[in-house]
Design a protein around this ligand. Structure first.
Ligand code: PDD
Length: 287
């Protein structure tokens, strides 16, 4: 396979030639934000929503957006053209830039922009049917989880504790309420009603989450954006997690116990089908 072509500060170049100075504040402080954007058949998925969330993250940490949306589109479509694949996920990050190490913001610094495209293996029927195991953990992160910051040490430790326990994801609990997963949003089904925590500073406003809410509403499936407790999670009939790379993934085991009958539930299955149809329609109309 030929080497991936990545984007760095205005240039497309082979991955092995992409270098960032060690004083980049992304390296020194984790001072930056990022996005992960799926592209199906070469088309960017929900790009306006992703670029809006990028803007919100940049505003929250006071980094100037280096590009207009039209410029971002050029960069991202350029990356897809140079890295052909059926489906891709684009990772992009913007850091505050390179400066002498000092916590305070440096003056007149240019943000560093990096982006790469990786082949995306979407969740097929077989993977969906297997589902995944998850564990619950105290949410040890900061109070600005709505910002998609590259500073992910807490998320990494939480995800690793799931892996160490033989599970795929840690579902996080703050003050007895469920927030989200280490790198996903969380849904439950309880007495026929889908529930997902409302947007707040305590969780990332997932683009997949929003789409699932939209699709459930348009298909008249009862759904509530509502806070629920760890006990409600443990008693749920169904649980799934969502993200741009996992789409909809059933959680069939939680803290070592079966969720429902230990198989993906009917509501998750229905939404999975609706989600696949939605993607197919977008491909068909060329968007
Ligand atoms: N993570 N919550 C957290 C903490 C996340 O990191 C993610 C996604 C989500 C889901 O958001 P979306 O549906 O927009 O992908 C929720 C990405 C995939 C990552 O860090 O790789």
């Amino acid at each position: 396979m030929s080497e991936a072509i990545v984007y760095l500060n205005g240039e497309f170049l082979p991955l092995s030639e992409a270098k960032v100075p060690v004083l980049d504040r992304g390296f020194i402080f984790g001072d930056g934000v990022y996005e992960v954007i799926p592209a199906y058949s070469g088309r960017l998925f929900r790009i306006d929503e992703h670029l809006q969330r990028l803007q919100n993250s940049l505003d929250a940490v006071r980094i100037r957006n280096p590009y207009s949306n039209a410029e971002w589109l050029q960069v991202l479509t350029g990356l897809l053209k140079k890295n052909p694949a059926e489906d891709s996920s684009i990772y992009l990050q913007v850091t505050r830039g390179v400066a002498k190490r000092d916590h305070a913001f440096p003056a007149n610094v240019t943000p560093t922009v990096f982006a790469m495209a990786n082949p995306l293996v979407t969740t097929d029927e077989k993977t969906f049917n297997q589902g995944v195991a998850a564990i619950t953990r105290d949410d040890s992160r900061w109070q600005h989880c709505n910002v998609k910051a590259i500073t992910l040490l807490a998320n990494i430790l939480l995800r690793q504790s799931a892996i160490d326990a033989g599970a795929a994801e840690a579902i996080l609990i703050r003050n007895d309420d469920v927030t989200e997963g280490a790198a996903s949003n969380v849904f439950i089904v309880s007495k026929g009603v889908i529930k997902t925590p409302p947007k707040s500073a305590l969780l990332l406003p997932g683009i997949t989450r929003d789409l699932i809410v939209e699709l459930a509403q348009s298909h008249k499936l009862p759904i509530e954006e509502v806070t629920f407790s760890k006990d409600a999670l443990l008693a749920a009939d169904e649980i799934w997690i969502s993200s741009s790379t996992k789409e909809i993934m059933p959680v069939v085991k939680l803290d070592g116990k079966s969720v429902g009958n230990g198989q993906p539930g009917p509501v998750a299955r229905k939404l999975f089908g609706i989600f696949q149809d939605y993607k197919r329609e977008l491909k068909a109309i060329g968007r």
